[in-house]
Write a protein that binds this ligand. Structure first.
Ligand SMILES: [Zn+2]
Length: 202
């Protein structure tokens, strides 16, 4: 563009955000500068503070500015139950269901040999040390249902088995409130093979 190096730089930097291309970046920059400078200032401060102060919980690896996060520190949580997920966003999704009261471990990704992410890169040594030290009675493997997520779950199940810790995999199947005819073949196959007995009163 050329009328303001600072605006150009802002537009350039906004494109680091996932899904933001040149056009959206331009729209965002103009919106901030022309319509809402106070909010833009607040956003800038918030980003700077978070980048400077947010690290990882030393136990579950979730993003936190505390050494031990609020979930790990909560005496109300079941300390013998662990749920392994790929990202902090997965923790939020499970927390919103309010159906799980155990602890978490955030892997920060999944095994992906093509991208050069093996057990070492994923920090599985640290994970093994953590689960061995905490004496969990059950570990729920809630990695994604992609090929990489499934591979990671199997790898972890083997790892836990060697440490004599029992693990389980989240169930896959037909979504609630859905029509079967719209399901993909893979989901429907899983739903049938992982069928559960209906409890009926006699
Ligand atoms: Zn934690």
């Amino acid at each position: 563009m050329g009328f303001s190096p600072l605006v150009d730089e802002l537009i350039q930097n906004l494109q680091f955000l996932p899904g933001v291309g040149p056009k959206s970046a331009q729209r965002l920059a103009f919106n901030m500068l022309q319509r809402n400078r106070a909010a833009a200032q607040k956003l800038a401060t918030s980003i700077a503070l978070a980048v400077e102060q947010v690290g990882k919980c030393t136990r579950c690896q979730i993003l936190s500015e505390l050494k031990i996060c609020d979930i790990c520190n909560n005496p109300q949580r079941h300390k013998q139950l662990l749920c392994v997920v790929e990202t902090a966003a997965d923790v939020l999704a499970i927390e919103q269901t309010a159906s799980y009261r155990g602890l978490y471990y955030v892997l920060g990704g999944h095994l992906s040999p093509i991208d050069g992410i093996g057990p070492k890169e994923l920090g599985l040594e640290q994970f093994t040390q953590y689960v061995q030290a905490q004496a969990f009675t059950e570990v729920i493997l809630a990695t994604g249902t992609t090929v990489e997520g499934e591979t990671t779950a199997y790898y972890l199940a083997n790892l836990l088995n060697k440490s004599q810790i029992s693990s389980s995999r989240i169930a896959h199947g037909a979504p609630l409130g859905g029509e079967l005819e719209y399901l993909d073949a893979g989901t429907l196959t899983k739903a049938i093979s992982l069928r559960a007995k209906l409890e009926v009163s006699s």
